[in-house]
Design a protein around this ligand. Structure first.
Ligand code: NAI
Length: 386
Protein backbone atom coordinates (compact mmCIF):
# COMPACT_ATOMS: atom_id res chain seq x y z
CA UNK A 1 0.00 0.00 0.00
CA UNK A 2 1.34 3.48 -0.87
CA UNK A 3 2.02 5.66 2.15
CA UNK A 4 -0.51 8.32 3.03
CA UNK A 5 0.27 11.80 4.33
CA UNK A 6 -1.01 12.45 7.82
CA UNK A 7 -1.33 15.63 9.88
CA UNK A 8 -2.04 16.34 13.55
CA UNK A 9 -3.57 19.27 15.35
CA UNK A 10 -2.87 19.18 19.08
CA UNK A 11 -1.14 16.22 20.68
CA UNK A 12 1.90 18.37 21.44
CA UNK A 13 4.81 17.57 23.72
CA UNK A 14 3.60 16.35 27.12
CA UNK A 15 0.00 15.88 25.98
CA UNK A 16 -1.82 12.81 27.20
CA UNK A 17 -3.12 11.37 23.96
CA UNK A 18 -0.73 12.69 21.29
CA UNK A 19 1.85 9.88 21.67
CA UNK A 20 -0.88 7.19 21.43
CA UNK A 21 -1.99 8.65 18.09
CA UNK A 22 1.56 8.72 16.76
CA UNK A 23 2.22 5.13 17.85
CA UNK A 24 -1.12 3.99 16.44
CA UNK A 25 -0.79 5.77 13.12
CA UNK A 26 2.83 4.70 12.73
CA UNK A 27 2.42 1.02 13.54
CA UNK A 28 1.63 -0.33 10.08
CA UNK A 29 3.64 2.19 8.08
CA UNK A 30 0.55 3.41 6.20
CA UNK A 31 0.91 7.02 7.34
CA UNK A 32 3.80 9.48 7.20
CA UNK A 33 3.52 12.32 9.72
CA UNK A 34 3.86 15.09 7.13
CA UNK A 35 2.35 18.16 8.79
CA UNK A 36 1.12 19.46 12.11
CA UNK A 37 0.04 22.32 14.36
CA UNK A 38 0.79 20.50 17.57
CA UNK A 39 0.57 23.02 20.36
CA UNK A 40 -1.52 25.90 21.61
CA UNK A 41 1.81 27.78 21.82
CA UNK A 42 2.87 28.29 18.15
CA UNK A 43 6.64 28.36 18.82
CA UNK A 44 6.49 25.19 20.93
CA UNK A 45 4.40 23.48 18.26
CA UNK A 46 6.88 24.33 15.47
CA UNK A 47 9.83 23.21 17.56
CA UNK A 48 8.13 19.95 18.51
CA UNK A 49 7.23 19.30 14.84
CA UNK A 50 10.94 19.42 14.06
CA UNK A 51 11.70 16.76 16.65
CA UNK A 52 9.04 14.55 15.01
CA UNK A 53 10.71 14.89 11.62
CA UNK A 54 8.07 17.17 10.06
CA UNK A 55 9.54 19.36 7.29
CA UNK A 56 9.96 23.05 8.20
CA UNK A 57 7.44 24.30 5.65
CA UNK A 58 4.79 21.96 7.08
CA UNK A 59 5.44 22.70 10.77
CA UNK A 60 2.63 25.16 11.39
CA UNK A 61 2.15 27.56 14.29
CA UNK A 62 -1.61 27.15 14.33
CA UNK A 63 -4.33 25.14 12.66
CA UNK A 64 -5.55 27.98 10.42
CA UNK A 65 -2.08 28.30 8.90
CA UNK A 66 -2.06 24.53 8.46
CA UNK A 67 -5.44 24.57 6.72
CA UNK A 68 -4.24 27.27 4.33
CA UNK A 69 -0.84 25.69 3.73
CA UNK A 70 -2.13 22.15 3.19
CA UNK A 71 -5.06 23.22 1.01
CA UNK A 72 -2.58 24.81 -1.39
CA UNK A 73 -0.43 21.68 -1.78
CA UNK A 74 -0.73 18.86 -4.30
CA UNK A 75 0.56 16.42 -1.66
CA UNK A 76 -1.82 17.71 1.01
CA UNK A 77 -2.41 15.49 4.03
CA UNK A 78 -4.81 12.59 3.41
CA UNK A 79 -5.99 12.54 7.02
CA UNK A 80 -5.99 15.12 9.83
CA UNK A 81 -6.22 14.05 13.47
CA UNK A 82 -7.74 16.60 15.84
CA UNK A 83 -6.36 15.90 19.33
CA UNK A 84 -6.90 19.28 20.96
CA UNK A 85 -9.08 20.00 24.03
CA UNK A 86 -12.82 19.49 23.56
CA UNK A 87 -13.93 23.10 23.04
CA UNK A 88 -11.86 23.41 19.86
CA UNK A 89 -12.95 20.20 18.09
CA UNK A 90 -15.99 21.61 16.32
CA UNK A 91 -14.38 24.61 14.68
CA UNK A 92 -11.27 22.76 13.52
CA UNK A 93 -13.08 19.62 12.31
CA UNK A 94 -15.68 21.61 10.40
CA UNK A 95 -13.07 23.80 8.69
CA UNK A 96 -11.00 20.82 7.51
CA UNK A 97 -14.04 18.88 6.29
CA UNK A 98 -15.27 21.89 4.35
CA UNK A 99 -11.92 22.11 2.62
CA UNK A 100 -12.02 18.48 1.53
CA UNK A 101 -9.87 16.79 4.19
CA UNK A 102 -10.61 13.47 5.91
CA UNK A 103 -10.67 13.95 9.70
CA UNK A 104 -10.22 11.75 12.77
CA UNK A 105 -11.55 13.82 15.67
CA UNK A 106 -11.05 13.07 19.34
CA UNK A 107 -14.07 12.54 21.54
CA UNK A 108 -16.30 14.22 22.55
CA UNK A 109 -16.68 15.39 18.96
CA UNK A 110 -18.23 18.74 19.92
CA UNK A 111 -19.56 20.65 22.93
CA UNK A 112 -23.23 20.69 21.88
CA UNK A 113 -25.74 18.55 20.01
CA UNK A 114 -26.32 21.33 17.46
CA UNK A 115 -22.62 21.41 16.64
CA UNK A 116 -22.57 17.63 16.30
CA UNK A 117 -25.56 17.69 13.92
CA UNK A 118 -23.68 20.27 11.89
CA UNK A 119 -20.54 18.12 11.72
CA UNK A 120 -22.56 15.13 10.47
CA UNK A 121 -24.20 17.32 7.81
CA UNK A 122 -20.86 18.89 6.83
CA UNK A 123 -19.19 15.49 6.48
CA UNK A 124 -22.08 14.23 4.33
CA UNK A 125 -21.93 17.30 2.11
CA UNK A 126 -18.17 17.13 1.71
CA UNK A 127 -18.13 13.39 1.02
CA UNK A 128 -15.09 13.15 3.31
CA UNK A 129 -14.54 10.77 6.22
CA UNK A 130 -15.23 12.18 9.67
CA UNK A 131 -14.16 9.49 12.15
CA UNK A 132 -14.33 9.87 15.93
CA UNK A 133 -11.76 8.20 18.13
CA UNK A 134 -13.72 5.69 20.18
CA UNK A 135 -10.48 3.77 20.13
CA UNK A 136 -11.53 0.90 22.39
CA UNK A 137 -13.71 -0.44 19.58
CA UNK A 138 -10.41 -1.34 17.91
CA UNK A 139 -9.73 -4.19 20.36
CA UNK A 140 -9.97 -7.55 18.55
CA UNK A 141 -12.14 -9.17 21.22
CA UNK A 142 -14.57 -6.25 21.23
CA UNK A 143 -14.94 -6.76 17.50
CA UNK A 144 -15.47 -10.47 18.15
CA UNK A 145 -18.22 -9.71 20.67
CA UNK A 146 -19.93 -7.63 18.04
CA UNK A 147 -19.62 -10.44 15.49
CA UNK A 148 -21.06 -12.97 17.99
CA UNK A 149 -24.06 -10.76 18.71
CA UNK A 150 -24.62 -10.00 15.01
CA UNK A 151 -24.32 -13.71 14.20
CA UNK A 152 -27.13 -14.51 16.63
CA UNK A 153 -24.99 -16.52 19.07
CA UNK A 154 -26.49 -14.70 22.08
CA UNK A 155 -30.04 -14.67 20.72
CA UNK A 156 -31.97 -11.55 21.67
CA UNK A 157 -29.84 -9.26 23.85
CA UNK A 158 -31.67 -8.57 27.12
CA UNK A 159 -29.19 -6.65 29.24
CA UNK A 160 -25.92 -4.80 28.79
CA UNK A 161 -23.69 -3.67 31.66
CA UNK A 162 -20.97 -1.16 30.83
CA UNK A 163 -18.55 0.47 33.24
CA UNK A 164 -15.83 3.06 32.88
CA UNK A 165 -15.04 3.82 36.48
CA UNK A 166 -11.60 4.86 37.71
CA UNK A 167 -10.36 6.51 40.90
CA UNK A 168 -7.88 9.11 39.72
CA UNK A 169 -9.80 12.28 40.61
CA UNK A 170 -10.83 11.15 44.07
CA UNK A 171 -8.49 13.19 46.21
CA UNK A 172 -10.31 16.30 47.43
CA UNK A 173 -6.95 17.91 48.22
CA UNK A 174 -6.07 17.59 44.53
CA UNK A 175 -9.29 19.10 43.17
CA UNK A 176 -7.60 22.47 42.51
CA UNK A 177 -4.72 20.95 40.59
CA UNK A 178 -4.89 22.68 37.16
CA UNK A 179 -4.54 19.34 35.32
CA UNK A 180 -7.71 18.11 37.03
CA UNK A 181 -9.71 21.29 37.62
CA UNK A 182 -10.41 22.03 33.91
CA UNK A 183 -12.07 18.65 33.57
CA UNK A 184 -14.84 19.84 35.91
CA UNK A 185 -15.08 23.40 34.57
CA UNK A 186 -18.24 23.86 32.45
CA UNK A 187 -16.52 26.58 30.37
CA UNK A 188 -13.87 24.17 29.19
CA UNK A 189 -15.57 20.80 29.25
CA UNK A 190 -19.24 21.58 28.59
CA UNK A 191 -22.29 20.56 30.64
CA UNK A 192 -20.99 17.15 31.74
CA UNK A 193 -17.61 16.03 33.09
CA UNK A 194 -17.25 12.32 33.83
CA UNK A 195 -20.10 11.10 31.63
CA UNK A 196 -18.78 13.17 28.69
CA UNK A 197 -15.18 12.15 29.31
CA UNK A 198 -15.49 8.41 30.00
CA UNK A 199 -19.16 7.44 30.05
CA UNK A 200 -19.53 8.00 26.31
CA UNK A 201 -16.76 5.48 25.64
CA UNK A 202 -18.77 2.86 27.56
CA UNK A 203 -21.96 3.87 25.75
CA UNK A 204 -20.27 3.65 22.38
CA UNK A 205 -18.92 0.19 23.23
CA UNK A 206 -22.39 -1.00 24.28
CA UNK A 207 -23.91 0.23 21.02
CA UNK A 208 -21.02 -1.03 18.90
CA UNK A 209 -21.28 -4.55 20.32
CA UNK A 210 -25.06 -4.86 20.62
CA UNK A 211 -25.97 -3.07 17.39
CA UNK A 212 -28.53 -1.13 19.43
CA UNK A 213 -28.65 2.65 19.95
CA UNK A 214 -29.79 4.61 23.00
CA UNK A 215 -33.44 5.67 22.78
CA UNK A 216 -34.30 6.80 26.32
CA UNK A 217 -32.23 7.26 29.43
CA UNK A 218 -32.50 7.97 33.13
CA UNK A 219 -29.40 9.51 34.71
CA UNK A 220 -28.27 10.05 38.28
CA UNK A 221 -25.26 12.43 38.47
CA UNK A 222 -23.39 13.25 41.67
CA UNK A 223 -20.38 15.37 42.57
CA UNK A 224 -18.66 13.48 45.33
CA UNK A 225 -16.18 16.32 45.76
CA UNK A 226 -18.24 19.28 46.91
CA UNK A 227 -16.25 22.00 45.10
CA UNK A 228 -17.13 20.47 41.73
CA UNK A 229 -20.14 21.84 39.90
CA UNK A 230 -20.10 18.95 37.42
CA UNK A 231 -20.49 15.25 38.12
CA UNK A 232 -17.61 12.98 39.01
CA UNK A 233 -19.85 9.89 39.20
CA UNK A 234 -22.88 8.86 37.16
CA UNK A 235 -25.23 5.90 36.96
CA UNK A 236 -27.29 5.90 33.78
CA UNK A 237 -29.94 3.41 32.63
CA UNK A 238 -30.84 3.24 28.96
CA UNK A 239 -33.65 1.73 26.94
CA UNK A 240 -31.98 0.62 23.71
CA UNK A 241 -33.41 0.52 20.19
CA UNK A 242 -33.56 -3.28 20.02
CA UNK A 243 -35.31 -3.61 23.38
CA UNK A 244 -32.23 -4.23 25.56
CA UNK A 245 -31.60 -2.38 28.81
CA UNK A 246 -28.15 -0.85 29.34
CA UNK A 247 -26.87 -0.05 32.85
CA UNK A 248 -23.86 2.23 32.68
CA UNK A 249 -21.68 3.30 35.61
CA UNK A 250 -18.93 5.84 35.18
CA UNK A 251 -16.84 7.39 37.93
CA UNK A 252 -13.58 9.20 38.60
CA UNK A 253 -13.71 8.71 42.36
CA UNK A 254 -13.76 4.90 42.52
CA UNK A 255 -10.50 4.60 44.43
CA UNK A 256 -8.63 1.42 43.63
CA UNK A 257 -10.17 1.01 40.20
CA UNK A 258 -7.67 1.60 37.42
CA UNK A 259 -8.97 2.26 33.91
CA UNK A 260 -12.09 0.35 34.86
CA UNK A 261 -13.57 -0.18 31.39
CA UNK A 262 -15.65 -3.34 31.22
CA UNK A 263 -18.52 -4.63 29.10
CA UNK A 264 -20.98 -7.46 29.70
CA UNK A 265 -23.72 -8.48 27.29
CA UNK A 266 -26.45 -10.86 28.40
CA UNK A 267 -28.65 -12.53 25.78
CA UNK A 268 -31.26 -15.30 25.68
CA UNK A 269 -28.66 -17.91 24.75
CA UNK A 270 -25.66 -16.77 26.81
CA UNK A 271 -23.52 -13.98 28.24
CA UNK A 272 -20.26 -12.30 27.24
CA UNK A 273 -17.84 -10.49 29.52
CA UNK A 274 -14.72 -8.44 28.61
CA UNK A 275 -12.35 -6.18 30.58
CA UNK A 276 -10.05 -3.72 28.89
CA UNK A 277 -7.32 -4.37 31.46
CA UNK A 278 -7.25 -8.03 30.30
CA UNK A 279 -8.07 -7.49 26.63
CA UNK A 280 -6.93 -10.84 25.26
CA UNK A 281 -9.63 -12.92 26.94
CA UNK A 282 -13.33 -12.88 26.23
CA UNK A 283 -15.53 -14.89 28.61
CA UNK A 284 -18.51 -16.65 27.04
CA UNK A 285 -21.08 -18.54 29.06
CA UNK A 286 -23.82 -20.34 27.10
CA UNK A 287 -27.10 -20.56 29.01
CA UNK A 288 -26.95 -23.73 31.18
CA UNK A 289 -23.33 -24.21 30.02
CA UNK A 290 -19.85 -23.72 31.41
CA UNK A 291 -17.86 -20.50 31.05
CA UNK A 292 -15.39 -20.66 28.17
CA UNK A 293 -12.41 -18.38 27.55
CA UNK A 294 -12.08 -17.21 23.97
CA UNK A 295 -8.48 -16.12 23.36
CA UNK A 296 -7.46 -13.36 21.00
CA UNK A 297 -5.61 -14.84 18.05
CA UNK A 298 -7.45 -18.19 18.13
CA UNK A 299 -7.92 -19.53 14.58
CA UNK A 300 -11.71 -19.65 14.63
CA UNK A 301 -12.38 -16.01 15.50
CA UNK A 302 -14.55 -13.76 13.34
CA UNK A 303 -12.93 -12.07 10.33
CA UNK A 304 -13.23 -8.70 12.11
CA UNK A 305 -11.29 -10.00 15.13
CA UNK A 306 -8.69 -11.72 12.95
CA UNK A 307 -8.02 -8.53 11.03
CA UNK A 308 -7.48 -6.67 14.30
CA UNK A 309 -5.15 -9.27 15.89
CA UNK A 310 -1.60 -8.05 15.37
CA UNK A 311 0.32 -10.44 17.59
CA UNK A 312 0.05 -14.20 17.70
CA UNK A 313 -2.08 -16.00 20.28
CA UNK A 314 -0.57 -15.94 23.75
CA UNK A 315 1.37 -12.71 23.30
CA UNK A 316 -0.19 -9.83 25.22
CA UNK A 317 -1.93 -7.16 23.17
CA UNK A 318 0.68 -4.50 24.02
CA UNK A 319 3.67 -6.64 23.08
CA UNK A 320 4.79 -4.45 20.15
CA UNK A 321 5.04 -1.58 22.64
CA UNK A 322 7.70 -3.56 24.49
CA UNK A 323 9.60 -3.83 21.19
CA UNK A 324 9.14 -0.09 20.73
CA UNK A 325 10.88 0.46 24.08
CA UNK A 326 13.91 -1.50 22.90
CA UNK A 327 14.09 0.70 19.78
CA UNK A 328 13.64 3.85 21.89
CA UNK A 329 16.53 2.80 24.17
CA UNK A 330 18.78 2.09 21.17
CA UNK A 331 17.90 5.43 19.59
CA UNK A 332 18.74 7.29 22.81
CA UNK A 333 22.11 5.57 23.19
CA UNK A 334 23.06 6.07 19.50
CA UNK A 335 21.98 9.72 19.63
CA UNK A 336 23.91 10.28 22.86
CA UNK A 337 27.07 8.99 21.20
CA UNK A 338 26.57 11.25 18.18
CA UNK A 339 26.00 14.22 20.49
CA UNK A 340 28.96 13.34 22.78
CA UNK A 341 26.81 13.16 25.89
CA UNK A 342 25.86 10.48 28.40
CA UNK A 343 22.66 8.60 27.56
CA UNK A 344 19.68 8.67 29.89
CA UNK A 345 20.59 5.93 32.41
CA UNK A 346 17.03 4.58 32.17
CA UNK A 347 17.65 3.85 28.48
CA UNK A 348 20.54 1.50 29.10
CA UNK A 349 18.63 -1.61 30.12
CA UNK A 350 18.18 -3.05 26.64
CA UNK A 351 19.45 -6.63 26.26
CA UNK A 352 22.95 -6.96 24.79
CA UNK A 353 25.27 -9.59 23.31
CA UNK A 354 26.12 -10.63 26.87
CA UNK A 355 22.52 -11.67 27.37
CA UNK A 356 22.75 -13.49 24.06
CA UNK A 357 25.87 -15.30 25.27
CA UNK A 358 24.26 -16.25 28.60
CA UNK A 359 21.26 -17.69 26.75
CA UNK A 360 23.51 -19.78 24.50
CA UNK A 361 25.41 -21.09 27.52
CA UNK A 362 22.10 -21.94 29.22
CA UNK A 363 20.84 -23.79 26.14
CA UNK A 364 24.07 -25.75 25.88
CA UNK A 365 24.02 -26.57 29.62
CA UNK A 366 20.33 -27.58 29.49
CA UNK A 367 20.98 -30.00 26.62
CA UNK A 368 23.97 -31.45 28.45
CA UNK A 369 21.98 -31.79 31.67
CA UNK A 370 19.00 -33.36 29.93
CA UNK A 371 21.31 -35.91 28.34
CA UNK A 372 22.65 -36.75 31.80
CA UNK A 373 19.29 -37.35 33.51
CA UNK A 374 19.10 -33.80 34.85
CA UNK A 375 22.54 -33.59 36.42
CA UNK A 376 23.38 -30.16 37.86
CA UNK A 377 25.44 -28.49 35.14
CA UNK A 378 27.37 -25.21 35.03
CA UNK A 379 25.16 -22.74 33.13
CA UNK A 380 27.72 -19.89 32.99
CA UNK A 381 29.49 -19.01 29.74
CA UNK A 382 33.04 -20.41 29.74
CA UNK A 383 34.53 -16.90 29.94
CA UNK A 384 32.61 -16.32 33.21
CA UNK A 385 33.83 -19.43 34.98
CA UNK A 386 36.51 -19.02 37.60
P1 NAI B 1 -3.84 17.54 26.84
O1 NAI B 1 -4.25 18.79 27.54
O2 NAI B 1 -2.92 16.58 27.52
O3 NAI B 1 -3.15 17.95 25.42
C1 NAI B 1 -3.76 18.83 24.50
C2 NAI B 1 -2.73 19.23 23.43
O4 NAI B 1 -3.37 20.05 22.45
C3 NAI B 1 -1.57 20.06 24.00
O5 NAI B 1 -0.38 19.68 23.33
C4 NAI B 1 -1.95 21.49 23.61
O6 NAI B 1 -0.83 22.36 23.49
C5 NAI B 1 -2.62 21.25 22.28
N1 NAI B 1 -3.55 22.32 21.88
C6 NAI B 1 -4.48 22.93 22.65
N2 NAI B 1 -5.16 23.83 21.91
C7 NAI B 1 -4.63 23.77 20.67
C8 NAI B 1 -4.91 24.47 19.45
N3 NAI B 1 -5.86 25.39 19.38
N4 NAI B 1 -4.16 24.16 18.36
C9 NAI B 1 -3.18 23.24 18.40
N5 NAI B 1 -2.88 22.55 19.53
C10 NAI B 1 -3.61 22.82 20.64
O7 NAI B 1 -5.19 16.84 26.41
P2 NAI B 1 -5.43 15.27 26.13
O8 NAI B 1 -5.74 14.60 27.41
O9 NAI B 1 -4.36 14.75 25.24
O10 NAI B 1 -6.83 15.33 25.37
C11 NAI B 1 -6.97 15.83 24.06
C12 NAI B 1 -8.29 15.31 23.52
O11 NAI B 1 -8.23 13.91 23.42
C13 NAI B 1 -9.49 15.63 24.41
O12 NAI B 1 -10.58 15.97 23.59
C14 NAI B 1 -9.77 14.34 25.15
O13 NAI B 1 -11.15 14.17 25.46
C15 NAI B 1 -9.34 13.32 24.12
N6 NAI B 1 -8.90 12.05 24.71
C16 NAI B 1 -9.33 10.90 24.13
C17 NAI B 1 -8.98 9.67 24.61
C18 NAI B 1 -9.47 8.44 23.92
O14 NAI B 1 -9.35 7.35 24.47
N7 NAI B 1 -10.02 8.52 22.74
C19 NAI B 1 -8.13 9.54 25.81
C20 NAI B 1 -7.65 10.82 26.33
C21 NAI B 1 -8.04 12.03 25.78
Amino acid sequence: MARLNWGMIGGGEGSQIGPAHRIGAGLDGHFTLAAGAFDVDPAKGVEFAGTLGVAEDRAYGDWRAMLEGETARDDRVDLVTVATPNATHYEITKAFLENGFNVLCEKPMTMTVAEAEDIVATARKSGRICAVNYGYSGYPMVRHMRAMVAGGELGRVRLIKAEFAHGFHANAADADNPRIRWRYDPQQIGPSAQFADCGIHALHMASFVSGQEAEELSADFVSCIASRTLEDDAMVSFRMSGGAVLRLWTSSVAVGRMHGLTLQVFGEKGGLSWEQEHPNQLYWTPVDGRTQIIERGAPDLSAAAQRASRVTIGHAEGMPLAFANIYADLAEVIMAEKESRSPDPAATHYPTALDGLRSMAAISAAVESANKSGNWTDARPPSFRG
